[in-house]
Design a protein around this ligand. Structure first.
Ligand SMILES: [Ca+2]
Ligand SMILES: [Ca+2]
Ligand SMILES: [Ca+2]
Length: 307
């Protein structure tokens, strides 16, 4: 065996060892194994600073694929007033660059949580065409609760899964199988750091220092078994899906206030007139393919070249 092949096998072995020694835990706290963020907030929050009470902010995103599961950590805060954290996934060819209404209202999207009719006409940046989405929200309605919805974009009115009160009477906790498709979620709302309130450029060091928020475990099979890198667009919306904040990942370009429904912070009952191409920068981020897979591919090539 060549020295090069031996080195590659040792490198793969070392990678596995590191992954085993430093565990991935679904608990709403950023684990060391995530490594560097894949996206960091660029603007202060106009949906209320989480310090000292309430407010919503998306400080940073971390992603890691292990054993066929995507672990996605969104640090920050989601106010307990049922404001929505909407996370869209572009994992395959096709999908919707312009979101449609629900299947009962002239479009072909799921009817869960009323999101689709409020988004009908919403346009992502040009390279992003959504295939799946998650809705996360928490508040007090007959007791504290945390809810999660999953929808297949373009799947028709019934193409969704939804679960209420996944932490059993609490805003926070961990549930490794919150939905029937195996998606798990955890929430820790203790952050008091991160970005401050406002519309100016975010302190990105403070944003990247936040260690708590919403953590997801998503079987790749639930999002179409993506091959290679794919993209995610995360944003905080009002409790009726009709008033967008200025908290997006990838972030907006400062100074930038809430988009609201008209793009300028005004309310008009819909976010369907918002076009992300009108806002500088890409309001999505990349989830890289697993490093171990890349190493294995390089290793395989090296071994094959010997023959
Ligand atoms: Ca964790
Ligand atoms: Ca797509
Ligand atoms: Ca944009």
């Amino acid at each position: 065996m060549s020295k090069k092949s031996l080195f590659l096998i040792q490198a793969i072995g070392a990678g596995s060892l590191v992954a085993t020694a430093s565990a991935q835990v679904l608990d709403g706290t950023r684990d060391g194994v995530y490594g560097a963020p894949v996206s960091v907030q660029t603007v202060e929050t106009q949906f209320g600073d989480a310090n000292p009470n309430g407010g919503s902010e998306l400080d940073a995103a971390y992603a890691r694929i292990q054993g066929g599961t995507l672990y996605l950590m969104l640090t920050g805060n989601l106010e307990n007033n049922f404001n929505k954290l909407n996370v869209f996934f572009d994992t395959q060819a096709g999908g919707q660059n312009v979101l449609q209404a629900d299947g009962n209202s002239g479009g072909n999207n799921p009817a869960n949580d009323g999101w689709a009719n409020k988004h009908a006409g919403f346009t992502f940046d040009a390279a992003f065409a959504a295939d799946y989405m998650l809705i996360l929200r928490n508040g007090n309605f007959g007791g504290d609760r945390f809810d999660i919805d999953f929808a297949t974009i373009g799947g028709g009115a019934g193409a969704y899964q939804a679960a209420s009160d996944v932490f059993g009477g609490s805003l926070t906790g961990s549930n490794g199988a919150a939905l029937a498709n195996g998606i798990g979620v955890a929430h820790d709302r203790s952050n008091t750091g991160g970005v401050i309130g406002g519309t100016n450029a975010a302190d990105q060091n403070a944003a990247a220092a936040v260690t708590t928020g919403i953590e997801l475990s998503i079987p790749l099979a639930a999002i179409g078994n993506p091959v290679g890198a794919f993209t995610v667009s995360a944003m905080i919306n009002g409790s009726n899906h009709d008033y967008l904040s200025n908290q997006f990942l990838g972030g907006l370009t400062p100074p930038q206030g809430n988009l609201g429904g008209d793009g300028f912070g005004g309310y008009n009952g819909t976010v369907g007139q918002i076009n992300m191409n009108n806002f500088a920068g890409e309001q999505y981020f990349f989830v890289p393919e697993p490093a171990s897979l890349a190493l294995l591919l390089i290793g395989g090539l090296a071994l094959r070249r010997r023959g």
